[in-house]
Design a protein around this ligand. Structure first.
Ligand SMILES: [Zn+2]
Length: 242
């Protein structure tokens, strides 16, 4: 049977292409404007105007279509095995992280040392950034004391606390974004226990492969929080570009 696919669909392809260097907002190429032979854009989250290449991070893939197909097949594998339970979701997650070519961004309420080790390995090749709420003291120490071992890994830990007076100020999103092309959301934190529970349906994992929706959820749940919590990120207001 011949599968139908209209190549005109590719005309609507607006892949993830830039990250704001201030808040790490994810943007497609359609966000960029050209003025006086220079590219510029306004970050929708931090409002910073970007005039030069130094203001944003360009995301490049060696083969966008091939890489997208590979990540899409991992997404499908996750969906089918969440039903069948044949291949552990944890294994598929590790496989997805290993394929990242541009960046990995995540938010979690807790992180296991096993998966922190995985991020240390992944960050030897690409940039990995994450917000880790409810971080155990031993994890906070591991994140903060050995940054020279993994300069590509930037994690913002929020130490675990029993003081619940400001509980509504503690992030609780669970999100793993790979290259802006594949995302896992749901109830599973970035811990080995949670991802093992996903095998039995004790955790919910949602797989996203629509890059428009991924960009939206990334910017809404990851970069807004990053902007608030990262001391070196700034919020710009009413800056006039020209
Ligand atoms: Zn920004």
């Amino acid at each position: 049977m011949t599968t139908s696919f209209d190549i005109s669909s590719l005309l609507f392809l607006d892949p993830p292409e830039f990250l704001c260097r201030n808040c790490f907002c994810l943007l497609g190429s359609s966000t960029i404007h050209e003025y006086d032979f220079e590219n510029w854009f306004s970050c929708p989250e931090c409002k910073k105007y970007h005039y030069t290449q130094n203001d944003f991070i360009k995301i490049t893939f060696s083969d966008l279509i091939g890489h997208s197909r590979q990540l899409a097949s991992i997404g499908e594998l996750m969906k089918t095995n969440l039903k069948s339970g044949q291949i552990p979701p944890m294994r598929i997650l590790l496989s997805a992280l290993r394929k990242a070519q541009g960046f990995v961004h995540l938010t979690t309420y807790g992180m296991s040392h096993v998966l922190l080790g995985v991020l240390k390995v992944v960050s030897q090749e690409i940039q990995v950034r994450g917000i880790v709420a409810n971080a155990h003291p031993s994890l906070v120490k591991e994140i903060g004391d050995y940054t020279d071992e993994n300069p590509g890994l930037e994690l913002i830990p929020i130490p675990a606390t029993n003081d619940y007076r400001n509980a509504d100020q503690i992030p609780h999103q669970k999100l793993i974004i790979i290259d802006g092309l594949l995302a896992f959301t749901g109830s599973a934190n970035f811990t080995s226990t949670a991802w093992r529970k996903a095998k039995t349906g004790y955790e919910h994992v949602d797989v996203m492969t629509d890059i428009g929706h991924i960009q939206d959820i990334h910017n809404r749940l990851f970069c807004k929080t990053w902007l608030k919590l990262n001391p070196s990120s700034e919020y710009f207001e009413d800056e006039i570009p020209f």
